[in-house]
Design a protein around this ligand. Structure first.
Ligand code: NCD
Length: 320
């Protein structure tokens, strides 16, 4: 489905309370700030995660139809730290392999007293379709096709907030395969909602943002120009699994033209932070020394994923 046509309307009830998390379009600055504040409250002064009882007696099912390391595992850890029962549904051996429809599988799991479903799927809009067709449970979008990845954007915003004073004054560059990146789409939405006015998208023509969301955003095809004086540089992987064979760029050429090297990073502000949702491909979109360098907050993003996912689950459970 064209991502411009996917609506998140059903994620709020009539009083504006979050009942699913499908995407960030339609959520207010207050909604986003509340999620980030709850996540912050789950970290102690040393940045260590607290535990909570918010989902005691509740059950959460992880349904990952695409591969994942960070998102799936941090959802699992977040579920356990909020005292939920969490199950990772073994999709390779489930009845979906016997042609059971996804909705039937979900209704079956609901009959096992599952309260929340975390869904990652290659089809844009799939979590929305599930949310429309099943009552009494919460759906959390863990990445749908090229559409959205709301918890990734929220953990990115938490990470930025930990390093920078306010979103209003920031210059943020997003570099790489924007066309196929659900992360970029959710990050752009989150940044706009939180008030960032200088968002720059850096990509070769074939990988630049092609949705109406980007109509008012500055686009660059030259990384040296786009990165100048930025406070935040977000790097994206070439998502080859979503490209036609013929459109896959040559990796060396791509690195030569768009790879984040120490020389290019030096054009950003000296205290700029480097972010990447992972998985990183060293020597393709980012130089290894930059990924490991002192400006990199890539692993902090991973850790923040737990607090943000705990916060979202607590809010959906009505306990924060
Ligand atoms: C991203 C995803 O799956 O959208 N990864 C993630 O969840 N951390 C980005 C990617 O796959 O490149």
């Amino acid at each position: 489905m064209n991502k411009d046509l996917i609506s998140n309307d059903i994620q709020l009830d009539s009083s504006g309370k979050l009942i699913h998390l499908l995407g960030l379009e339609g959520l207010s600055k207050n909604h986003l700030t509340h999620i980030l504040d709850v996540a912050d409250g789950l970290l102690d002064a040393q940045g260590n995660l607290k535990k909570s009882k918010a989902l005691d007696d509740m059950s959460v099912a992880n349904l990952f139809f695409e591969s994942s390391t960070r998102t799936r595992n941090t959802f699992e850890i977040a579920g356990k730290r909020t005292s939920a029962n969490i199950i990772n549904v073994d999709l390779a051996n489930s009845a979906t392999k016997k042609n059971e429809s996804l909705l039937d599988t979900i209704h079956t799991l609901k009959a096992m007293q599952i309260d929340m479903f975390v869904i990652r799927h290659k089809q844009s809009g799939l979590p929305h379709h599930v949310a429309e067709n099943i009552d009494g449970v919460s759906i959390l979008n863990a990445g749908d096709g090229i559409n959205a990845h709301p918890t990734q954007a929220l953990l990115d915003m938490l990470t930025i907030r930990q390093h920078k004073q306010s979103f209003e004054d920031l210059s943020i560059a997003i570099v790489g395969d924007i066309t196929h990146s659900r992360v970029a789409h959710s990050d752009i939405q989150a940044l706009k909602t939180l008030g960032a006015s200088d968002i720059r998208l850096i990509a070769p023509a074939g990988l630049q943002c092609d949705s109406k969301q980007c109509a008012t955003i500055k686009c660059f095809d030259n990384i040296e120009e786009g990165i100048k004086n930025c406070d935040v540089v977000m790097v994206l992987r070439l998502q080859k699994e979503r490209m036609l064979e013929a459109d896959i760029p040559n990796e060396q050429e791509y690195f030569d033209n768009y790879g984040l090297t120490p020389e290019r990073l030096a054009l950003a502000k000296s205290d700029a932070i480097v972010m990447h949702p992972g998985p990183i491909n060293r020597g393709v979109e980012i130089d290894s020394s930059v990924a490991n360098g002192k400006q990199s907050v890539i692993l902090q993003q991973v850790s923040n994923g737990i607090a943000v996912r705990m916060a979202v689950m607590e809010i959906l459970a009505g306990n924060s």
